[in-house]
Design a protein around this ligand. Sequence first.
Ligand code: Z2T
Length: 838
Amino acid sequence: MNQNLPNGNQIQIEDDRTGVDVETLKRAFSDNLFYILGKFSEIATKNDFYMALAYTIRDRLLRRWLSSQQTYLKQDVKIVCYFSAEYLVGPHLGKNLINLDIVDQVRQAVEECGLNLDDLIEQEEEPGLGNGGLGRLAACYMDSLATLDIPAIGYGIRYEFGIFDQEICEGWQVEITDKWLRYGNPWEIPRTEATVEIGLGGYTEYYYDENNRYRVRWIPDRIIKGVPYDTPILGYKTNTANTLRLWKAEAPESFNFQAFNVGDYYGAVNQKTYSENITKVLYPNDEPMQGKQLRLEQQFFFVSCSLQDMIRIHLLQENSLDNFGEKFAAQLNDTHPSVGVAELMRLLIDVHDYEWEPAWEITQKTFAYTNHTLLPEALEKWSLSLFGSLLPRHLEIIYEINRRFLDEIRTRYPNDPGKLSDFSLIDDRGEKYVRMAHLACVGSHAINGVAQLHTELLQKNILRGFYELWPQKFSAKTNGITPRRWMILSNPELTELITSKIGDRWMTHLDELRKLEPFADHPSFREAWRKMKQQVKSRLADRIEKRCGITVDPNNSMFDIQVKRIHEYKRQHLNVLHIITLYNRIKNNPNLDVVPRTFIFGGKAAPSYFMAKLIIKLINSVGEVVNNDSDVRGRLKVVFIPDYNVTNSQPVYPAADLSEQISTAGKEASGTGNMKFSLNGSLTIGTLDGANVEIRQEVGEDNFFLFGLKTDEVSQMKSEGYNPWEFYSSNPALREVIDQISSGYFSPEDSNLFKPLVDSLLYHDEYMLLADYQSYIDCQDRVSEAYRDWDNWTRMSILNTARMGKFSSDRAIREYCQDIWNVQAVPVKLEDYIQAKA
Ligand code: Z2T
């Protein structure tokens, strides 16, 4: 590859950094080991080898990355800016090999060096910069944006400590700090030259500018530097490599010289640590919000850094911000970045001299908002006193947005003053709060839910007023997942089987999986499918044996899996009630002919969520009894896989026979794990909740195990005064199960251990486990009967995979592009001459 020098001469850049043949790869690998890691093989650790390979692959990404950025700059394109406080991208190495389409060469090169590629891939410590579905969705969307050649930047926070690592000690969750950066991160490049400053605290003042215009300015009392760290996100078999730009907080100067001069050396260093705290750690709560000041600082920090960065990029090309909204589409991933609405207004008005109305037009044109939850306790609100002390100017701007907005409401509903407090951006029914979802709604031109049902419920309940006002702003964008990570990378066996029949176009056009349908009736294909499943189950069984010391049977036992964050609304404990029910049946009749099952759980509980942690303990306690009871004879096994994360999840989805999607109807916004399972050919037992509804529509009612109350039945039963005790007292099997948990059958060391859980079920049962219990058990019995007919089960499994095309994140991103962002694909040509900057 050639490159220009500053004087215009050309120089050839080493092919060792671009070539992808086996010999070149080997040479590059040794070169990186020696010159970057400072090691030779004899003294290199496995991690050194991983790092050397990672640098070798990064080198091969760079040309695509730089060519993409050059293309965007030259062609003056519209850029999607995804604003997300979380990105759960998972390990990069394997994904990049697939997207570069060089797995085979690299495998061979590594083998010829006496190493194993899968070992090196497993060495990577994943960036756990997210909690669950929301962060993983952002990662799938970054993958699809690049694959579809859409110019995009993912803006977020470079947490020094991501989601905690989970260990299980005596059945309890223990949290360990996630030090993902400890051995360095070969995938990121700091761009210190693009550092920006943000303010916090202080006050606002009024002044007349040089044109004698009355103006406001914010005088913050703290200044923090934001340093961007860039990671390339390469598309699948395309030249497009977009940027994930994560901000790290730093003190404005490494030493505050004023403090230093008066001798307060430690004070100066202290201030540095204080500033850097902003990006120290990810808040580990997935849904309920906690009004912590540091969290608001994080949100404002990354949003302000990102907007300033966008304005800088825009002004490289244009001399005004008038068409900012035509050049950028900023998507708010939930309300976490919604303070951006006020910050863009401030930047336009206070810094770039705009009047209110044009600034507001630009702001609304730029932003769009995705809601991810219906749980009222998860809706973000910040107390006025906290908000005002941290962001005084933004609070003023929010008041002004609100004043103008409520004027509209008064005009629209002249005889209904109650509407004002319903719509207000300020909740003033008690202690006063800023309602972030209201800010996001008024500041955006588009609002979307993440599944059909979720969007309907948004329009009917928490955003009803806004829907009435602006129905045209609303749309459903059903979530999707990337088939590159969730099939090609994590399930090579199934990938090969599918490709052998229908070719490989499905990898980017997932609808083509439909071509598998006819094969569902071919006995030989079913046989191959069954063999493949067995093989994949054995892989997981080996891991479970190693990791948990539990022997499970991949050949005769159904793998029944529930992996996701632990939450009462997701009802892992309903699954446990079923396990105990089966156990009791066996205890009553040890010779009963039961379908053997392996129950597999995984997931983290928020550290402060007591009930969720107790559910983890319950799963492990029931496992202890069931796994070791000689009457059971191994026919039931319960496994809790510790430290569920992207890395550990990849071998899980392919190995499932049954996927548990059993949230209370109306509580799960979409779910995305449900899609990963089904794509990999497992059948679902589920409620009519979130995207389950659409999955069932696609795969067909006969290939989906449905149970439980519907959304409207849940609310009706609640309004009529739901009494869980009635279900308990009228159902002997249920009563026996509850009584065992409550009497200490599974916790002989402390018979009261699970009392809080039992009390919560018997006296509140917010999530209606007892109401759904019998329906769930009956449905599970149908599942077991169906599983006995191996041949038909396999047929249903094939049909599940064949009909999952809709749930590709490529489809979801196409919809966002057309309906919300108004952006087009920009194909990237690999530039041979990279222009040196003039
Ligand atoms: C999250 O992962 C989700 C919603 C949140 O609401 C927060 C977090 Cl961290 C504020 C999940 C939903 O629970 C899930 O149903 C959905 O599939 C996912 O977001 C992606 O949309």
